[in-house]
Ligand binder design. Structure first.
Ligand SMILES: Cc1ncc(C[n+]2csc(CCOP(=O)(O)OP(=O)(O)O)c2C)c(N)n1
Ligand SMILES: [Mg+2]
Length: 546
C-alpha cells in the first residue's frame, strides 16, 4: 500500500469520522483513502475555511479537527485559520501535501515547516516511507494530547512510496495533574477567609470537565460563578452565574464581580479581556489562579496564589478540604443577589432603541433573536465591532454551545468555524453571527452551506462598514470613508448561491425565521441591516490595548 493511502487508512483507524479540506493533486490520494474507509469529507471553497471548519468542529465535539490541503498555496491559504487554531490550542491535524525532496524549483515549493512554526503550529513531516506512520503517530499525539495545531507535511515522493503498514496505535492519555496538598490548603484558606468569593472558569475548566466540581465548590463557599469568554456556558442554568466576566459583563454582573473580595480562577488566563483591564478585580481583592500549565500563572496580572493542577481535580480537592474543616458559608449566595442576577442579564437591561431609517438597533435585534431561537443551539461568532452582541444577548445551553474564534482576532473565520460546529452537532441549531466584512471575506462558503444543505442560521450584522475601524478612528476625528462601503446585498449574494435568505430591516421581517424553523431543509441567511451609529461599550475598552 502506498504511504498516502496508509496515512488515510491509519487516520480512519484512529476513529476520525469527519475531515475538511480542498482537494488538489497532492492531497487527493490521502483524502480518498479516508473517504474509502468511511470518513466523511467536507469540501470547502478556501483552505482557510477548511481549517477553520476543522477548528470549530473540534471546539464543540471534543474530537480533534482534521483538514487536508494541497502543497504550497493550499497550505499558505490556511495560515490565518491555522494561527487561530494554534493560539487557541485546538487539537488539529492539517495534512498538507509537500513537494518531493529535490523539487526545490517546483512552483509549489515553499518552506512549509517554517510557515507552520512561524504561526505557532507544530511542524511535522512524513520523512520517508518507512517512517511515515511513526511520523504520523507523533503528529497525532501532539495534536490530541498536547492540544496543538499540527501541520503534517507529506512530500509527494514519500506519499508514493510503499508503507510498512496502515495502522497506528492511539496515544496514551496521561492522567490529569493533581495539585499539591499544600496548594489545595492555600486555596481552601483563601476561600474560607472570604466573605464574597467569585469562582471564574475558563477554557481550561471546560476541557477538564470541571463545571460540576466548580459548582460544588461555589456552593460550599457561597461563591458567585463567572466565566471567561472562552468558558461561556460553563455555568449555564445556575442561579449564581454572572455570565462572562469582562467587557461583555452586564452592569449587574460587573458590579458583583468588582465587589468580590476573592477571585479564584480555574483554567482562565485572567487576561485584560476577562478582568476588563483589571477594573473588575477590586484593589483589595485576593486573586488565586489554578492552571495545569505553570507558565500561565500570573502571566497576565499579579496573583496572590498560583496553583499548578487540573481544574477539576483542584476544585474537588479544595471542596473536600473545606468539608474536612467543616467550612460552609453562604457568602454572596443571598436571595437578594439571586434576584439581582435573574433580572440583571443584558437582555433585561433597558436600552433606548436606536433603530431608524430601515436599520435595526443591534441590541433590539439581538434581544428579539434570543427570544426566537430554540435553546439548544451553538452560537459561533466572527470578529468585529458587532461581536459583543451575540455573547451579551444570546444564551447558550452549555460550553459546546459557543464558538469564539478570537485568539488571533481575525475577521473572516466565523462563518467557517460555524460550519464545522454544525457538522459536529447536527442535533443543535448552529447560528453563525458575522459582520458584513467577515461574511464577504468568507463568501465562498455560502456555497458550502448550500451544497451541504446545512440547516444553519447565518446572521449578518450588516452595518455596511468595517465598523470596528469606523468606531476606532471616527471619534478621534479621522475621516472614515476608507472603511465604509456601499451597503452590500448579502441576502442577494446568498440567494444567488442557492440559499434561502432575507433582508431584515424591522423585527417584523424576522417572521421568516418561524417558517424556516419548521422546514430547516438548508441554510437561512439573514442580512440584518444594522444601525451604524450604535456603538458597543466594550469596544472603547478593547481599543485601549491597540
Ligand atoms: C483578517 C483581518 N483583517 C483585518 C482586521 C482588522 N479588523 C478588525 S474588525 C474589522 C472590521 C470588521 O468588519 P465587519 O465584519 O463588517 O464587522 P463590524 O466591525 O462592522 O461589526 C477589521 C477590518 C482583522 N481583525 N482581521
Ligand atoms: Mg460591518
Amino acid at each position: 500500500m502506498q504511504v498516502a493511502e496508509a496515512i488515510g487508512a491509519a487516520l480512519a483507524g484512529l476513529g476520525v469520522r469527519d475531515a475538511f479540506g480542498l482537494i488538489g493533486s497532492g492531497n487527493f490520494a490521502v483524502t480518498n483513502a479516508m473517504v474509502g474507509r468511511g470518513v466523511r469529507f467536507v469540501p470547502a471553497r478556501h483552505e482557510s475555511a477548511a481549517v477553520s471548519m476543522a477548528d470549530g468542529y473540534a471546539r464543540v465535539s471534543g474530537r480533534p479537527g482534521v483538514a487536508t490541503v494541497h502543497q504550497g498555496p493550499g497550505l499558505t491559504n490556511t495560515i490565518t485559520a491555522l494561527t487561530e487554531a494554534a493560539k487557541a490550542r485546538t487539537p488539529l491535524l492539517v495534512l498538507a501535501a509537500d513537494t518531493s525532496s529535490g523539487a526545490g524549483r517546483s512552483n509549489f515549493a515553499v518552506d512549509q515547516a517554517g510557515l507552520g512554526a512561524a504561526v505557532g503550529a507544530v511542524a511535522e513531516r512524513a520523512h520517508s516511507p518507512a517512517s511515515a506512520l511513526e511520523d504520523l503517530a507523533r503528529a497525532w499525539r501532539q495534536a490530541v494530547i498536547d492540544r496543538r495545531a499540527v501541520l503534517f507535511s507529506m512530500p509527494l515522493d514519500v506519499q508514493a512510496g510503499e508503507a510498512p503498514g496502515d495502522r497506528i496505535s492511539p496515544p496514551e492519555v496521561p492522567e490529569p495533574a493533581a495539585p499539591a496538598d499544600e496548594d489545595v490548603a492555600r486555596v481552601a484558606d483563601l476561600l474560607a477567609s472570604s466573605s464574597a468569593p467569585v469562582v471564574v472558569g475558563g477554557r481550561g475548566a471546560v476541557l477538564a470537565g470541571a463545571g460540576p466540581a466548580l459548582e460544588a465548590l461555589g456552593e460550599r463557599v457561597g461563591a458567585l460563578l463567572a466565566t471567561s469568554a472562552n468558558g461561556h456556558g460553563l455555568f449555564a442554568g445556575s442561579p449564581w452565574a454572572l455570565g462572562i466576566s469582562g467587557g461583555f459583563a452586564s452592569p449587574t454582573a460587573a458590579r458583583l464581580m468588582a465587589e468580590s473580595d476573592a477571585v479564584v480562577s480555574f483554567g482562565a488566563s485572567l487576561n485584560m479581556w476577562t478582568t476588563r483591564h483589571g477594573e473588575l478585580v477590586g484593589p483589595g481583592t485576593r486573586v488565586a489562579q489554578v492552571d495545569r500549565d505553570s507558565d500561565e500563572l500570573g502571566a497576565h496580572r499579579p496573583i496572590d496564589l498560583g496553583v499548578v493542577g487540573d481544574a477539576r481535580l483542584t476544585a474537588e480537592a479544595a471542596t473536600a478540604e473545606l468539608e474536612r474543616r467543616g467550612h460552609e458559608a453562604s457568602g454572596r449566595r443571598q436571595d437578594g443577589v439571586a434576584k439581582e442576577l435573574a433580572a440583571g442579564r443584558w437582555r433585561d437591561e433597558p436600552h433606548e432603541d436606536g433603530s431608524r431609517d430601515g436599520r435595526l438597533d443591534p441590541r433590539t435585534f439581538s434581544k428579539r433573536l434570543e427570544e426566537l431561537l430554540p435553546p439548544e443551539r451553538v452560537v459561533a461568532v466572527d470578529s468585529g465591532h458587532f461581536m459583543g452582541w451575540p455573547p451579551m444577548y444570546l444564551s447558550v445551553p452549555d460550553t459546546a454551545g459557543f464558538v469564539f474564534t478570537q485568539s488571533f482576532q481575525s475577521i473572516g473565520l466565523g462563518l467557517s468555524s460555524a460550519i464545522g460546529a454544525a457538522v459536529a452537532r447536527p442535533d443543535r441549531l448552529t447560528v453563525a453571527c458575522v459582520g458584513d466584512g467577515g461574511a464577504l471575506m468568507a463568501a465562498g462558503e455560502f456555497e458550502t452551506l448550500v451544497r451541504l444543505k446545512l440547516p444553519m442560521l447565518v446572521v449578518v450584522y450588516n452595518d455596511a462598514a468595517y465598523g470596528a475601524e469606523v468606531h476606532h478612528f471616527g471619534p478621534k476625528g479621522y475621516p472614515v470613508d476608507l472603511v465604509r462601503y456601499p451597503d452590500p446585498d448579502l441576502a442577494g449574494l446568498a440567494r444567488g448561491l442557492g440559499a434561502e435568505a432575507a433582508t431584515v430591516r424591522s423585527l417584523d421581517d424576522l417572521a421568516v425565521l418561524e417558517t424556516w424553523f419548521e422546514r430547516r431543509e438548508g441554510p437561512l441567511v439573514l442580512d440584518v441591516k444594522i444601525a451604524p451609529d450604535v456603538v458597543a461599550e466594550w469596544l472603547e475598552e478593547a481599543f485601549r490595548s491597540h
